[in-house]
Design a binder for this molecule. Sequence first.
Ligand code: C5P
Length: 276
Amino acid sequence: MATEESFAPAKINLTLHVTAQRPDGYHMLDSLVVFAAVGDRLAFDPGPRLSLAVTGPFAAGVPADGSNLVWRAAELAGWTGHITLEKNLPHGAGIGGGSADAAAALRMLGQPDLDSAEALGADVPVCLSAVAKRVQGIGEILTPLSNTPALDLVLVNPGGHLPTPTVFGALEDKMNDPMEGVGTWSDRGWLVDWLCRQRNDLTAPAIRLAPQIATALAALEHDAELARMSGSGATCFGIYPDAEQARSAAARIAAQHPDWWVQPTRSIGARPAAIS
Ligand code: C5P
């Protein structure tokens, strides 16, 4: 078998409501998740032993051993060979990172089932396909929302690795209301209006841990229709009317903050995308 390649798109929580905490400590969520056209890339070369090399702009600090979710996905699939993981996305950043990579590996290696995905982490099941979804439970209840229009976005990561458990641990109000009116949108304007009435409940604890998130949100709020944090942060997104305005906002923010990761992109739209 020749080298096979797989794309692991960034996961963006357009909303994230925390509705309860389970006795085992996990939090119950209600979240609208979409995927972006930017992501990590994986290449698989079959061979007698499992090995992993991590390359790309965000390779630093990513383990290339059995603690990497990609490695664990290959073990679950009973696959051996060499994997090259090109990290284009910041990790520990609220946009999937390791979960998107693990899901891409499960897809490519023929093990794309919910049980395997859940075994690797609460965020892995949603990443198995790149269609917009409502995510409930702790991440395992998935409702595809294929009528969700594509959005022009700017992703901004102001730096600082934020471990997900630390952010959930700093959350004070764990019993918020779920989303209402999910999936009722018939066009982009309706979706954006609806999004403006939703929240990310992890924003306040994340800003307490990493105040630069507030600076990133302010930079986006300058001209975005909506600015919000994704997941447990620190990456934030802005929604823009079109690709041109997204590109010029990204250029402005990158010029003001040369040390931030700033990426104009577009969410993957109505049709389920092929992400192999
Ligand atoms: O499942 P995963 O290992 O990705 O989760 C990492 C940690 O994030 C969990 O141990 C938990 O502290 C927190 N978490 C949570 N509720 C979720 C998902 C993750 O509390 N729904």
